[in-house]
Design a protein around this ligand. Structure first.
Ligand code: 13P
Length: 250
């Protein structure tokens, strides 16, 4: 039995005041919910105040990125060790980082490795752009991302994978539950091939891309989807809490 994970990726949104207010709204909205792991990923500058606002609650905090490097001369970066003292999860390989900051499977694997070594739980993002889907190559593209992004990682028990088709992100055009389920099952199969069936059956596979309060129940009902990685809708504490409740009630 896999526990679903619902993670809010706040991206580059919220001031310090917005972030703490949103954390309090999430806390109030998910109070007492069981059977789901709730995570919020604020901008790095708000990780500490958000953690303080959530202290004693069941809501976990995550980072949106991490350096693959050990501490040293890396201006602007945050090491896994720094984050490990402050939060539990970290997003790696988000398509925005792949597209805008030249990250690839190799750097994503290095980040995931550094995160695991520091005791963080990586949420590894994969997903195809529109033209890849239109060319019928979505499965091979995502399989290759998984192989590349997990290279050199022997134990994936602390990893979850988020399937986030690029065309569905911030678009109001979520994948259909059928496509999301098909891709989640495919991802589980790829992980079974790389590791084992038993490992793949324990792996949480999240769906991300225009998840909201209106469509979350259909994703939650899909057998291979174990939660959601939520962008825009996670900036509204009430709506995010509804998504958490939907994941908990399946
Ligand atoms: P949206 O929910 O805004 O589509 O963003 C999804 C996402 O990129 C989460 O990481």
């Amino acid at each position: 039995m896999r526990t679903p994970i619902v993670a809010g990726n706040w991206k580059m949104n919220t001031t310090l005041a917005d972030a703490t207010a949103l954390a309090r709204d999430v806390r109030a909205g998910v109070d007492g919910v069981v059977g789901v792991t709730t995570v919020v990923c604020p901008p790095a500058v708000s990780i500490v105040p958000v953690s303080m606002a959530l202290e004693g609650s069941s809501v976990h905090v995550g980072a949106q990125d991490v350096s693959a490097n050990p501490p040293g001369a890396h201006t602007g970066e945050l090491s896994a060790g720094m984050l490990a003292g402050l939060c539990t999860f970290v997003i790696v390989g988000h398509s925005e980082r792949r597209a805008m900051y030249c990250e690839d499977d190799r750097s994503t694997a290095a980040k995931a490795k550094a995160a695991l070594a520091a005791g963080l739980r990586p949420i590894l993002c994969v997903g195809e752009p529109l033209e890849v889907r239109e060319n019928g190559r979505a499965e091979s593209f995502v399989t290759s991302q998984i192989e590349g992004s997990l290279t050199g990682i022997s134990d994936i028990s602390q990893i979850s994978i988020a399937y986030e088709p690029v065309w569905a992100i911030g678009s109001d055009r979520a994948a259909s539950p059928e496509i999301a389920q098909e891709m989640a099952a495919m991802i589980r199969g790829a992980v079974a091939d790389l590791y084992s069936k038993a490992v793949s059956e324990r792996l949480p596979v999240l769906y991300g891309g225009s998840v909201n309060a209106g469509n979350c129940a259909s994703f939650a009902a899909a057998p291979d989807i174990d939660g959601a990685l939520v962008g825009g809708a996670s900036l509204d504490g009430h709506e995010f809490a509804q998504i958490v409740h939907a994941a908990a009630s399946v």
